[in-house]
Ligand binder design. Structure first.
Ligand code: FES
Ligand code: FE2
Length: 355
């Protein structure tokens, strides 16, 4: 590990950042809660580590490493029995703590007690309609918070229609895509923001903040929501390893990334829209209509917009693989800030056992 870090120090920052892994001592969103039914098992990846995520028949999601301690079969080929996951082959049954609690065969000649066999388990939480896993040091899990989204808490949480997409690109590229408005050209037909001007940026602990001046109230999305206010600034942030934005406290988003490998990232976008009026009127939408309305907005506008970003990012990953030995010219001063943060956090994780 130390040797790799020493080697990577000699790389230009724009290359090094595409090779670093993700700090594991954070909560990572891995699936939409609605996509894991009771009795179902899914193979979740965190930086190529395969994890068997399953929902017990009691409705609780649990996660264990994706291998049976007997012959190393993937447990994702197994079945859920009650609150446990059972290997398909000889029926070894593991609980949510990774402890083998039963076997579907005799225990061995003269053995009466089940031997003590354990595989790794992972802390799991469900919040904001997402399932979160803590892939790092389990004793750190309770000290680390899932980012707080007050709009989704309390008695009147804002309606939200999450979008999940997988992008074949390193997670650092995705941060640079979402926070860097210099790519307005890519969206020139959909115009989510126009003529953005970088106003300021600053670093605060593990967060890089960015303010852009841009006229959001003219965008098709604001028109769809019958936005009347002059909204001409957006605050974006890269709060490692998460990303978010806020336009006037009325339109927000969070992006929770799951780095599955160096070239694949699963993205969970939560777009939060405070005021929604019937298009062309001052009449607010009643709550029960808001969610279907957001789903229509996702289909008509936001998903096609994100598809443009996905196309560009996957092309960037291919370009990087081919041409990483060539010089990278970067004009936006916020990009090195993002890259430094990503590299720093990775070094913090990679060096913790190798000071
Ligand atoms: S390989 Fe899993 S029970 Fe035998
Ligand atoms: Fe974009």
């Amino acid at each position: 590990m130390n040797e790799n870090i020493a080697k990577s120090r000699r790389l230009p920052r724009a290359v090094e950042v595409r090779k670093v892994g993700a700090h594991a001592n954070y909560w990572y969103a891995v699936r939409l809660s609605s996509n894991l039914k009771a009795g179902e098992i899914q193979d979740v990846r965190f930086w190529e580590e395969s994890i068997a995520l399953f929902r017990g028949e009691d409705g609780i999601a649990r996660a264990v490493e994706n291998r049976c301690a007997h012959r190393q079969l993937a447990l994702t080929t197994g079945v859920v029995q009650g609150e446990n996951i059972t290997c398909q082959y000889h029926g070894w049954e593991y609980n949510g703590c990774g402890r083998c609690v039963s076997m579907d065969h005799e225990l061995g000649k003269n053995r009466k007690k089940l031997p003590k066999i354990t595989i790794r388990s992972y802390p799991v939480k469900e919040r904001y309609g997402l399932i979160w896993i803590f892939p790092g040091d389990p004793e750190e899990a309770e000290k680390v918070e899932i980012p707080k989204v007050p709009e989704l808490e309390g008695e009147k949480p804002w309606p939200v229609a999450p979008i999940e997409i997988e992008i074949d690109a390193h997670f650092s590229m995705i941060v640079e895509n979402v926070c860097d408005f210099n790519h307005a050209f890519l969206h020139r037909r959909k115009q989510p923001f126009t003529q953005p001007v970088l106003n300021k940026y600053w670093r605060e602990d593990e967060t890089v903040h960015v303010i852009y001046d841009t006229s959001f109230h003219n965008s098709p999305l604001a028109q769809l929501f019958a936005e009347k206010k002059e909204l001409d600034q957006i605050h974006l942030w890269y709060q490692y390893p998460y990303q978010g934005s806020n336009i006037g406290g009325r339109y927000l988003h969070w992006l929770f990334m799951l780095p599955e490998s160096a070239e694949k990232t699963r993205c969970f976008f939560l777009f939060l829209f405070g005021p929604i009026q019937f298009p062309g009127t001052d009449i607010g939408l009643p709550n029960f209509i808001k969610k279907p309305f957001l789903e229509v907005a996702n289909q008509l506008y936001i998903r096609p917009l994100l598809a443009e970003d996905k196309m560009a990012l996957e092309a960037e990953q291919i370009g990087f693989a081919k041409h990483q030995d060539k010089p990278f010219y970067e004009l936006n001063p916020i990009i090195p800030e993002f890259q430094n943060l990503t590299i720093e956090r990775w070094k913090d994780w990679a060096q913790r056992d190798n000071p």
